[in-house]
Design a binder for this molecule. Structure first.
Ligand code: CAA
Length: 296
């Protein structure tokens, strides 16, 4: 199956991109991991190495297998190198339509004419992306969840002109990498982000209005509803900037119920983007998340 799938190009080696690359390398597919400069692309591969080192240390994977997975990931800062001969291209660039259009425009010029162009966007229109790239039949939403190697769902988003063949290929690709897929029509925030951000948003409003503190709001959902993580911790994991971009988009497209709470905008302006920067609603230490100390 990996031979039918590979080689894959993953564009963007950040929080989601490197995890998506790991999903494919884990089934033996060759992955080109692109980012705007080589150090960023290499950092993505180093993050896969670090995750797998922990799995090996727990005795849950042989060191040779981890080496094999990492060895299948080739970092590059050149779009053409990444996509030449690729059957699948998955962009995991920041949540900005123009940036994604420009990137997939470059991809279209260098990738095979029948390559499937997937977008990991959390909320933006697949229909618009496909139309503006000029390859609407083979542009599709392939929405992964953080951390991609662990989360079971792949949300497949069908644009108005995405072809039946592209959808069928995406569904069988999902199976090949061990995911369960859902098929969703193109709508702002799809099925997942639209529901997910509203919970996070309400948690922030409750924090702002003094209903309870960060830990108690999270515990309410962890222990009362068995969510694996409370909504504020999850916002830290996803990235506060990512959630803000989704909320701004959904406010424009759907309405005021998605208006971002001031605390979110303030933390983003301060550069506190969550786990990836070491601080969001929590301070992230090697031992795990803790609350910021007074004056910190
Ligand atoms: N790669 C491979 N394995 C990983 C991993 C990674 N990146 N990260 C964690 N793991 C493995 C660990 O090795 C561990 O494996 P074992 O159980 O075999 O030892 C397992 O996953 C659980 O990890 P931990 O023990 O470290 O921690 P945990 O039990 O607290 O689970 C979690 C961590 C999986 C993140 C869990 O807390 C969880 O499911 N949280 C909710 C995540 C979620 O909701 N994600 C969706 C966010 S929304 C999104 O991403 C979409 C968007 O559009 C923004």
């Amino acid at each position: 199956m990996s031979e039918q799938i590979g080689p894959i190009a993953v564009l963007g080696a950040g929080t989601m991109g490197h995890g998506i690359a790991q999903c494919f390398a884990s089934i033996g597919a060759a992955v080109r991991l692109y980012d705007v400069d080589l150090p960023r692309a290499e950092k993505g591969r180093a993050q896969i190495r670090a995750v797998l080192d922990k799995v090996v240390a727990k005795g849950k994977m042989a060191a040779e297998r981890a080496d094999g997975i990492v060895g299948l990931v080739n970092p590059t800062a050149d779009v053409a190198t990444a996509v030449t001969g690729a059957r699948w291209v998955i962009e995991a660039a920041p949540e900005d339509m123009q940036l994604k259009v420009d990137l997939l425009g470059k991809v279209k010029a260098a990738a095979p004419a029948d390559a499937i162009l997937g977008s990991n966007t959390s909320s933006l229109s697949i229909t618009e992306l496909g139309a503006r790239v000029g390859a609407a039949d083979r542009v599709i939403g392939l929405h992964f969840f953080n951390p991609p190697p662990v989360m079971e769902l792949l949300e497949i988003v069908r644009g108005v002109s995405t072809s039946a063949a592209t959808i069928a290929a995406a569904e069988s690709m999902a199976k090949a990498i061990g995911k369960t897929s859902i098929l969703v029509n193109d709508a702002p925030g799809f099925a997942t982000s639209r529901l997910g951000v509203i919970l996070g948003c309400e948690a922030m409003r409750m924090l702002e209005s003094g209903v309870a503190g960060v830990v108690d709001i999270d515990r309410a959902m962890e222990l009362g509803y068995r969510h694996p993580m409370g909504p504020l911790k999850l916002t830290d994991l996803v990235g506060l900037d990512v959630r803000l971009a989704i909320l701004d988009h959904l406010t424009r497209e759907i309405g005021e119920q998605f208006r971002a709470p001031p605390i979110l905008r303030r933390l983003v302006r301060a550069g506190h983007l969550g786990k990836k920067t070491g601080r969001g609603f929590y301070v992230w230490t090697p031992e795990g998340p803790r609350l910021p100390m007074a004056g910190e």
